[in-house]
Design a protein around this ligand. Structure first.
Ligand code: G3H
Ligand code: 13P
Ligand code: NA
Ligand code: ZN
Length: 328
């Protein structure tokens, strides 16, 4: 059944677990997530970006998710709009059936330029007012996502701020978070605590702590009823990176957020954990390997099944690691 994000995150908070929110663009991703969730008995958050709608088209995307709900009637599913760049984008998503929207007012409508606090509070508050009127949950974002090691916002062609250079700007301020939640009444808040989007988060194998867990604790203490969201939470699986390189890929040496640090974050109030890159890497590795090992194959179902299997394994691991297994 289609449920609101609030419903799932309230339950997650009550029982102290986190829920991975996977980005979806196509059939194989949706199926991989649903099969993993069914096997793990886990609740599901499917999220679609502006890029996903551009790729699949809004009707195809919507019907993929409706199909998932029809095939798995016992699994609660949230259909979430990821990184809405304006109130208009959020309203369109609600009209097309999304049960949750993210108004990302941390950036201007170009999804690049850092926005002022006042701009962010104004657009986010406007979306909350309209969304709550129809039972839709709202996620906001405060702070500039960025890797504290590289000082970079993340992928160049995706979501990410330009011009957030100081460490200070790259961490959400707890005081400001409390003010923001009070002003906007958002249900969930994405915070900047050292993660960045994409595959290039850290240049060295993470030793010790790469995230500011202390900051999560401080924010959670100020806004205990607001569910915290961690974007940029891919772990960049080194086994899939190795397979990509073994079969002709060239992604280079790079590292993500260790699963143990996400688990630590969940202990202190993180409830929604955004993952896109890990499924992209697994799918790419599996397709490269399948094609290389089966040079005579020209049936796409064969290499797409390999990608589905690879993505399903990652999803299953995250459901188990974040404690959402058994909670559907
Ligand atoms: O936050 C960004 C997600 O990874 C979505 O990426 O805009 O390329 O679909 P995308
Ligand atoms: P990753 O690039 O780390 O998978 O993060 C995805 C994300 O935050 C989507 O909003
Ligand atoms: Na989101
Ligand atoms: Zn994100």
């Amino acid at each position: 059944a289609l449920v609101s994000l609030r419903q799932l995150l309230d339950h997650a908070a009550e029982h102290s677990y986190g829920i991975p929110a996977f980005n979806v663009n196509n059939l194989e991703q949706v199926r991989a997530i649903m099969e993993a969730a069914a096997a793990a008995d886990a609740p599901v958050i499917l999220q679609a970006s502006a890029g996903a709608r551009k790729y699949a088209g809004e009707p195809f995307l919507r019907h993929l998710i409706l199909a998932a709900i029809e095939e798995y009637p016992d699994i609660p599913v949230v259909l979430h709009q990821d990184h809405g760049a304006s109130p208009a984008v959020c309203i369109q998503a609600i009209r097309s059936g999304f049960s949750s929207v993210m108004m990302d007012g941390s950036l201007l409508e170009d999804a690049k330029t850092p926005a002022s606090y006042d701009y962010n509070a104004t657009v986010t508050g406007r979306v909350v007012e309209m969304s709550h009127a129809v039972g839709v949950t709202v996620e906001g974002e405060l702070g500039c996502l960025g890797s504290l090691e590289t000082g970079m916002a993340g992928e160049e062609d995706g979501v990410g701020a330009e011009g957030c250079l100081s460490h200070d700007q790259m961490l959400t301020d707890p005081e400001e978070a409390a003010r923001f939640v009070k002003a906007t009444k958002v249900d969930a808040l994405a915070i900047a605590i050292g993660t960045s989007h994409g595959a290039y988060k850290f240049t060295r194998p993470p030793t010790g702590k790469v995230l500011r867990i202390d900051r999560i604790k401080e924010i959670h203490a100020r806004i205990p009823d607001t569910h915290l969201v961690m974007h940029g939470s891919s772990s960049v699986p080194q086994d899939w990176l190795k397979i990509i390189h073994e079969f002709g890929g060239d992604i280079g040496e790079t590292y993500g957020v260790p699963v143990e640090e996400i688990q630590e974050g969940i202990k202190y109030g993180v409830r929604k954990v955004n993952i896109d890159t890990d499924l992209r890497l697994a799918a790419t590795g599996a397709v490269r390997q399948s094609l290389a090992k089966n040079p005579k194959n020209f049936d796409p179902r064969k290499f797409l099944t390999a990608s589905l299997d690879a993505m399903r394994d990652i999803c299953r691991q995250r459901y188990e690691a974040f404690g959402s297994a058994g909670q559907a």
